[in-house]
Design a protein around this ligand. Structure first.
Ligand code: NAD
Length: 266
């Protein structure tokens, strides 16, 4: 458990999946939570889960690809709760039914607009609010293992996540001396709506599990645990880096089936 008593945490994309997992974890650790998303029923459910922890929840509709929406979100957060200590730029989408060779300008712009520009807007507005308060803070951006890899079917997603991994380094340098850290989290495959299509295909699901050294797909609690660490005092010296809660899938060219075959041959 991180001690986040008395702190205010903001999470974008908090209506489901990893965003909801982080919002609930921050509440469990004592923070009040600002819940931002474009999915209003999903946000209400996250707010219910936060309030179940006897913490306050503020629900705010925000399209992170709009600078005006993000600026209004940060203003609402600080005026409602009087402070902002932790901001997580988590909202994201993955393009589907396209690839490098067919992707349209609109598809490219939408994914980059949410996954990279939206992260920039969120980190910038939150950083400026934290600087004005003078109490330090924690900026966290959700990247992906795709910050390390390419994918013929998701070029904008990979480019955007690679951009997020780089972006946190610049913010880390811009605000570190003010007691504000900025880091990224690079999840592996996690059981959320985003990966449902892959997990619904048994052959793809088996392949993902086979390539993951721990032998299973992650849960939003695994991402939330890293976010809680980065948000807490124990992470004060961690700045400008990326942590991969990915079961070891980025560790190398692993296959569970190959490992079993090798063991059987010994
Ligand atoms: P998800 O689809 O459950 O959640 C994404 C959330 O972002 C949704 O609630 C959605 O409404 C919201 N959103 C989409 N566009 C938005 C916009 N313009 N403004 C505000 N909110 C918007 O999927 P998830 O897996 O929980 O994704 C959360 C983050 O985790 C994303 O950045 C994703 O890229 C990242 N991630 C996910 C995985 C995975 O395996 N699930 C792996 C690596 C990284």
């Amino acid at each position: 458990m991180a001690n986040l008593q008395g702190k205010v945490a903001l999470v974008t994309g908090a209506a489901s999946g990893n965003g909801r997992g982080m919002a609930v974890r921050f509440a469990e650790d004592g923070a009040d939570v600002v819940i931002a998303d474009i999915d209003e029923p999903g946000m209400e459910e996250t707010a219910r889960l936060v309030r179940q922890q006897e913490r306050r929840a503020l629900v705010r509709r925000c399209d992170v690809s709009s600078k005006a929406d993000v600026d209004a979100l940060i203003s609402a957060a600080t005026s409602e709760f009087g402070r902002l200590d932790i901001a997580v730029a988590n909202a994201g989408v993955v393009e589907s039914e396209t690839d490098c060779l067919r992707m349209t300008e609109e598809q490219w712009a939408r994914t980059i607009g949410i996954n990279l520009t939206g992260v920039f807007f969120t980190l910038q507005a939150a950083a400026n609010a934290m600087i004005e308060q003078g109490r330090g803070g924690r900026l966290i951006a959700i990247a992906s293992i795709m910050a390390e890899w390419g994918s013929a079917g998701a070029p904008a997603y990979c480019a955007g996540k690679g951009g997020v991994k780089q972006l946190v380094k610049s913010f880390a340098q811009a605000v570190g001396h003010l007691g504000i850290t900025c880091n990224a989290i690079g999840p592996g495959f996690i059981t959320t709506q985003m990966t449902r299509g892959m997990r619904d295909n048994p052959a793809v699901e088996r392949m993902l599990i086979d390539r993951t050294p721990v032998g299973y797909i992650g849960d939003p609690v695994d991402v939330a645990a890293v976010a809680a660490f980065l948000a807490g005092d124990d992470a004060r010296f961690v700045n400008g880096t990326i942590i991969f809660p990915d079961g070891g899938i980025t560790a190398g060219n692993y296959s569970g089936a190959m490992r079993e075959a090798r063991e059987a041959a010994q």
